[in-house]
Design a protein around this ligand. Structure first.
Ligand code: ZN
Length: 319
């Protein structure tokens, strides 16, 4: 990790113990430069990667990463922490949901990326180099500009048993109400897990807004995980969370207007209506039913919906 960072620093800057360096990581072959803060602790320890703003419209996590980068004191760190804040500055400035402004791709669907691919694929490739060099990876997200959610955490079920269990238990230490497993390979944490790096993807905040209280909650949660990894010292707080087996995402099959029939955190039964898409004349085009018993973790809040985009996600209990 230290060597990877050193490659991006000018000769005047050098990483050394008990320092913090800031700069931009250029993504080769693109105009993208990812702002980063690299904290090299006073003592040795684990290499941690924190990313925020893989999706540019998820504000609480981006502000959380910016504040953590500023506030964490290297003197109190054992190991190293690389924070990228945000990963996708162009999508952030364009106030875009899901997609980057360059290639219409969802960055969190193209990991581990390609060195010679489209802009999103190249960003993913660059981030993946750091994922591989990290001992633990925290990818901070939230509900997008048009999404509401109850805070939850996704961990990857890929990798060996010990790694998966490490990710699952660390996820719970954020203290968010739900922790859910995933077998996705093309998302950030899936690619990291396949490369042997445990971690999680956290979701807090929603609907294109952010508040000081959300950021404070997010920061406390991340610091609790860093304590559990012995990167900073202090007592680890254990909260009661509900572990879920998987998340079933219902996607739209038609363009039009979206009318949810459920609310966030509502317990639903298999076959229960999640909502419907109507045309501009109010006629129902499609109805969407829950494929399982479970709890509604997120819901699209915009009236507008386009085919193939998510509508809602139901977290399913371990059976
Ligand atoms: Zn996201």
């Amino acid at each position: 990790m230290i060597q990877l960072i050193q490659n991006h620093l000018s000769e005047s800057k050098e990483t050394k113990e008990n320092t913090k360096v800031r700069g931009f990581i250029p993504v080769p072959g693109t105009s993208v430069e990812m702002p980063f803060t690299f904290i090299q602790g006073a003592k040795p320890g684990k290499a941690i990667l924190i990313t925020a703003g893989v999706h540019g419209g998820e504000y609480p996590c981006i502000e959380t990463a910016i504040q953590l980068a500023k506030e964490i004191d290297p003197a109190e760190v054992s190991g190293t922490i690389l924070i990228i804040h945000p990963v996708n500055p162009a999508a952030f400035l364009a106030r875009m949901q899901y997609y980057g402004p360059f290639d219409g791709k969802n960055l969190n669907r193209v990991f581990p990326g390609k060195a010679t691919g489209t802009v999103s694929e190249r960003i993913a490739y660059e981030v993946h180099q750091f994922q591989q060099a990290a001992d633990f990876y925290l990818d901070l997200h939230g509900g997008d500009i048009h999404e509401g959610l109850v805070p939850f955490v996704i961990y990857s079920k890929l990798g060996n048993k010990e790694q998966v269990e490490h990710s699952r238990l660390a996820s719970a230490l954020l203290g968010f109400p739900y922790v859910v497993g995933s077998v996705s390979e093309n998302g950030s944490i899936g690619a990291a897990a396949k490369a042997g790096t445990p971690g999680f993807l956290a979701e807090l905040g929603q609907c294109g807004r952010w508040s000081v209280s959300e950021v404070n909650e997010y920061k406390s949660a991340v610091l609790n995980v860093l304590r559990s990894l012995h990167v900073i010292s202090g007592e680890v707080i254990h909260s009661k969370v509900e572990f879920l087996d998987k998340m079933l995402v219902t996607t739209a099959t038609a363009d039009g207007c979206w009318y949810p029939a459920v609310q966030l955190e509502q317990k639903v039964k298999i076959g229960e209506k999640l909502g419907e898409v109507r045309d501009y004349f109010g006629n129902v085009k499609e109805e969407y039913l829950s494929e399982s018993d479970g709890v509604v973790l997120y819901l699209v809040t915009s009236l507008a919906i386009t085919s193939n985009d998510p509508l809602a996600a139901v977290g399913v209990s371990v059976t």
